[in-house]
Design a protein around this ligand. Structure first.
Ligand code: SF4
Length: 333
């Protein structure tokens, strides 16, 4: 679904507001030594997810994008902020309600093998996933497993195979089957194709797109490879050191990247037309530690356009157009 086609629904399905996830760091004697500081893995991130769209989140490894996905599903508890799903704050829901909601919010991991029981055959494992969510009677569950296996391109004889008997691409199909079998509304995919060969990557991405259309799914697609994110996303958020520094429709982001970090990321993407050569921007220095993020703008230690103000004042997010916002002093009025 393209937001620029004017189809933007009024209310977001998921509205993440000022999300923070800090991890305490203890001294050499563990928790006995008290808290020495906090790793600010996710720091004040806000975005909306609209029904039927794919919102891609991109950034270098360690930027907090995976922690953000896991926190939204409460696989780890948030430090602060809200995540309104159909208007209700996920973070305030009691355990029994959260169990029901979890069915509607599923996650696909980079390595589905780690979420599969190595001693359990795939068919019964998928069936058990349905039983946990109290879905259907035994025969209905088996039928549903067969159906979803077919939908994700697995064979019927895979039903009685163990996880180690599958290739990486097949395991990712199992991961998708596991997420989709409970009829979710939102699927959060965390680096779902980054461990796969390029040819298999495109098969899995195409499958994700087919399934999205068939089941009207809404995707939060997290990956470090901006070319992959571009291929599948209607809108993209760029994360750096726990913060979302730019958000835009995919077309707008690629046509006019505003944040210097986004410009550097895009400069590394090969351009199809050899006449339109893009100059590669090499960022100086390493990504700073989220334990001691830089003052002011978190990107100032690596930014080619850094100004004095950037070192002391954090930029405020500016809405540059209906589908494009950025946090950078270059655009402050
Ligand atoms: Fe660079 Fe300053 Fe913009 Fe940060 S606020 S990205 S340091 S120009």
């Amino acid at each position: 679904m393209s937001l620029e086609a004017g189809k933007t629904p009024k209310k977001p399905l998921l509205d993440v507001q000022r999300l923070k996830k800090f991890f305490p760091v203890h001294g050499p004697f563990g928790s006995l030594g008290g808290v020495k500081g906090h790793v600010k893995a996710v720091n004040d991130v806000s975005f909306q997810l609209y029904e039927g769209e794919t919102f891609g989140v991109v950034g270098e490894s360690g930027c907090g994008k995976s922690t953000m996905g896991r926190t939204i599903l409460r696989l780890t508890e948030p430090t602060d902020g809200k995540a309104l799903y159909k208007g209700r704050d996920i973070f305030q829901l009691p355990g029994n309600v959260m169990r029901d909601i979890r069915k509607e919010l599923q996650m696909v991991f980079q390595d589905p093998y780690s979420s599969l029981n190595p001693r359990k055959r795939i068919g019964p494992a998928l069936e058990e996933h349905l039983a946990i969510h109290s879905i259907g009677r035994k025969e209905e569950r088996i039928e549903r497993v067969m159906d979803i296996m077919h939908k994700v391109g697995l064979q019927m004889d895979h039903y009685y195979r163990y996880p180690h008997e599958f290739s990486g691409g097949q395991r990712q199909r199992i991961g998708l089957a596991r997420a989709l079998i409970v009829s979710p509304q939102i699927v959060i995919s965390d680096e779902p194709v980054s461990a796969l060969d390029v040819s298999i990557q495109s098969q899995v991405i195409n499958l994700l797109q087919q399934l999205q259309e068939e089941y009207t799914l809404t995707y939060l697609f997290i990956a470090h490879d901006i070319s992959v994110v571009r291929h599948i996303s209607d809108r993209i958020g760029v994360m750096y050191l726990g913060q979302m520094v730019e958000q835009a429709s995919t077309d707008s982001l690629f046509a006019t990247p505003l944040h210097p970090y986004t410009q550097a990321l895009l400069s590394a993407v090969p351009v199809a037309n050899p006449r339109r050569k893009r100059e590669r921007i090499i960022l100086k220095g390493e990504i700073p530690s989220p334990l001691h993020p830089p003052s002011g703008c978190i990107f100032h230690t690596r930014c080619p356009y850094v100004m004095d103000v950037c070192k002391t004042e954090a930029p405020v997010t500016q809405q540059m157009s209906p589908h494009h916002q950025v946090s950078c002093h270059l655009y402050s009025h």
